[in-house]
Design a protein. Structure first.
Length: 117
């Protein structure tokens, strides 16, 4: 178990951020994530800035939830692995998020010069 944050947290994340986290837990457990602080740009379909949680190891896996605004939530996968993707558009940034995960291994990949921590 552990925590991860949006790039730059508690300061605003940058425009054009693209980050992903893959969480894999030990055998016999289900991967879970819970957002304890959440502040992204709000839009009814979450098309501007969002966190998307997938039930598997990639963004091609089944989508569990897509979050934006201040509506952070928890998600539990059906198996050992979940994939979380954070994206921001080219305008309007907010404070970002803190997430807690249950698991033993986390892989982080960010682009556009962003660091996940």
């Amino acid at each position: 178990s552990g925590t991860f944050t949006s790039p730059g947290y508690p300061n605003n994340y940058n425009d054009g951020a693209r980050c992903s986290w893959t969480i894999t837990v030990s055998s016999g457990k289900r991967a879970a994530v819970r957002f304890t602080d959440f502040d992204l740009e709000s839009e009814s379909s979450c098309n501007y800035d969002s966190v998307t949680v997938y039930d598997g190891s990639t963004s091609s896996s089944t989508q569990l939830s897509k979050l934006c605004g201040t509506n952070g939530a928890a998600a539990v996968g059906s198996g050992r692995t979940i994939h979380i993707r954070f994206t921001s558009d080219s305008s309007v940034t907010r404070g970002g998020f803190v997430a807690e995960y249950a698991g033993e291994h986390i892989a982080v990949l960010c682009s556009k010069g962003q660091s996940a921590f």
